[in-house]
Write a protein of this length. Sequence first.
Length: 106
Amino acid sequence: MAQTMRPNAAGNGLFATDGKPHPLQDTLLLVTLVLGLTAFVTGLTAPGLHLLSSWAGLVGIITGAYGQWISVTTRQRFGLILGLGASAIGFFLGMWHGGPFGGVVG
């Protein structure tokens, strides 16, 4: 736990704790959080928007998983886990309400 003793002198961004810019990782974090929030809110409050919640959740899971794979800092991983969780819950709620093709195919 040596990182608790080091001061955070990074000035290149909110999520760059190593002092280096990580534009791809930060973009994936932002996209995952937005998709997760969208999927979670629409899946929880609007059952008629199951197409939106299931597709936003699925894309959020994919972007979050890739973001976890290439993430560099702990702050990025923390935000990605929040976005992944919200995406997964929104995806499952969307599947429960009709799925990604409910009413369109079949």
